[in-house]
Design a protein around this ligand. Structure first.
Ligand code: PMP
Length: 453
């Protein structure tokens, strides 16, 4: 990231950090015992540049979002072009080309029955919208007692109230908000792994719950194939197929939360495709704008949407101020085009490209390098398991890692990796080079080999 601009002085950096420490409340942190934060000056490609000039290779894609890397010229251009037209416009009673372009693209690239797109602000809001759609749908067909949700343990769906109610009840925040959280049904986390079949016994408890409570359940909500922030677990496609069949058998809707998995991360464009199933409602977010702006979408089948619309009050009752924000939509369109463009640069030499689209070959190359790089951790005494799917690589430790200390060690080694609990994981931007990826996995092996971890 070479420019001749002078780096900020130590005094400037200290001043910024002092204000941050005094007033900026970071995610899941205390204002009394502040976690250290690292000030970033700018970012380009897969490199974050700290204010003191040190470069860090990014292993996190800013929590799954930044699939094309930072400061991408085409996304920058899309943003600039749209700024010249309008940055924002209310979506009530008005429409615009960026939003129309985005709904058209989303309908085209998601499973065929999903035809209606509700644009919204963030992942958690997209989940709230999906759950409200399921509730209005069940009301519309006269199933007024169907007001609860069935989900899987180890799941994560966001931090707003209804989204939180379907997060894992132990690692989620249920004990804190017990008095106000709606009560949901929890099936065990799927035991059959990705690539394995699913036996009758392995779906039995899910089946029992949906059969017993079918008259109370509006929808099943789950993360297809990859349970992300609730444990980074990859589960059987057949399990998901069996869930789809059970939902159909009992008149329960299926909501697939693809906020983390969407746009190629697992090696398919959407994780539902691993199982060849289509949900009734799907949520998207995170990588939707290539990580440029907050934006999300909830898609529904015509059947769900038209049923809601045909009953009292004759409309779906949600309408965020920033829905369909033109700037976000224009960038999302550019991001989707860039992902699916057959001539997109492929900097990996390892992907076996033959019949695959370029993006998919790229993910296959990342998968191979994550696998070969991270499996070296298996010889370390503190490591319980290594698992890789698509552009997600996970090292599960036997004990939780000391977050502040391990973070510091990664930064000293020139990489940005942010573990949680027992999980040290990588989900880099898709444009990462083989060399950068090797440096990331080597840093994970070296840091985890230190006696402190
Ligand atoms: N669903 C899933 C599967 C997620 O991974 C997340 C975010 N980690 C959310 C919902 C919530 O998204 P947001 O943080 O944008 O509200």
């Amino acid at each position: 990231m070479s420019t001749n601009e002078a780096s900020p002085s130590n005094a400037e950096i200290e001043r910024l950090l002092a204000i941050d420490r005094a007033h900026a409340w970071h995610p899941y942190t205390s204002t009394i015992d502040r976690d250290p934060v690292y000030p970033v000056r700018r970012a380009r490609g897969c490199t974050l540049e700290l204010m003191d000039g040190r470069p860090l290779i990014d292993g996190m894609a800013s929590w799954w979002c930044v699939i094309h890397g930072y400061n991408h010229p085409l996304l920058n251009q899309a943003a600039r072009d749209q700024l010249e037209q309008m940055a924002h416009l209310m979506f009530g009673g008005l429409t615009h080309a960026p939003a129309v372009g985005l709904v058209e693209r989303l309908v085209r690239i998601t499973p065929e029955p999903l035809q209606q797109v509700f644009l919204c602000d963030s992942g958690s809001v997209a989940v709230e919208v999906a759950m409200k759609m399921a509730l209005q749908y069940q009301q519309a067909i006269g199933q007024r007692k169907r007001v609860r949700f069935l989900t899987l343990r180890s799941g994560y769906h966001g931090d707003t109230f209804h989204a939180m109610s379907v997060c894992d009840p132990v690692t989620g925040m249920h004990h804190l908000f017990n008095q106000v959280l709606p009560r949901q049904f929890f099936a065990p986390a799927p035991t059959p792994r990705f690539g394995e079949p699913c036996s009758d016994a392995e779906i039995a408890e899910f089946e029992r719950l949906i059969e017993t409570h079918r008259d109370e359940i509006a929808a099943v909500i789950l993360e297809p194939i990859v349970q992300g922030a609730g444990g980074m677990r990859f589960y059987s496609a057949e399990y998901l197929q069996r869930v789809r069949a059970l939902c159909d058998a009992h008149g329960v809707l299926l909501i697939a939360d693809e906020i983390a998995t969407g746009f190629g991360r697992t090696g398919e464009l959407f994780a539902c495709e691993h199982a060849g199933i289509s949900p009734d409602i799907m949520t998207l977010g995170k990588a939707l704008t290539g990580g440029y702006l907050t934006s999300a979408a909830t898609l529904a089948t015509d059947q769900v949407a038209h049923t809601i619309s045909s009953a009292e009050p004759g409309a779906f009752m949600h309408g965020p101020t920033f829905m369909g924000n033109p700037l976000a939509c224009a960038i999302a369109n550019a991001s989707i085009d860039l992902l699916l463009n057959p001539s997109t640069e492929n900097r990996s030499s390892t992907g076996s490209a033959t019949n695959q689209p370029v993006w998919q070959a790229k993910i296959a190359g990342i998968e191979q390098l994550l696998q070969s790089g991270l499996e070296q951790c298996l010889s370390l005494p503190g490591v319980a398991e290594v698992r890789v799917l698509g552009a997600i690589g996970v090292v599960e430790m036997k004990q939780p890692v000391a977050m502040r200390e391990i973070q510091r060690r990664f930064v000293e080694r020139g990489v940005w990796v942010r573990p949680f609990g027992r999980l040290v994981y990588l989900m880099p931007p898709f444009i990462i080079s083989d060399e950068e990826l090797r440096r990331l996995t080597a840093a994970v092996v070296e840091v985890l080999a230190e006696p402190a971890f």
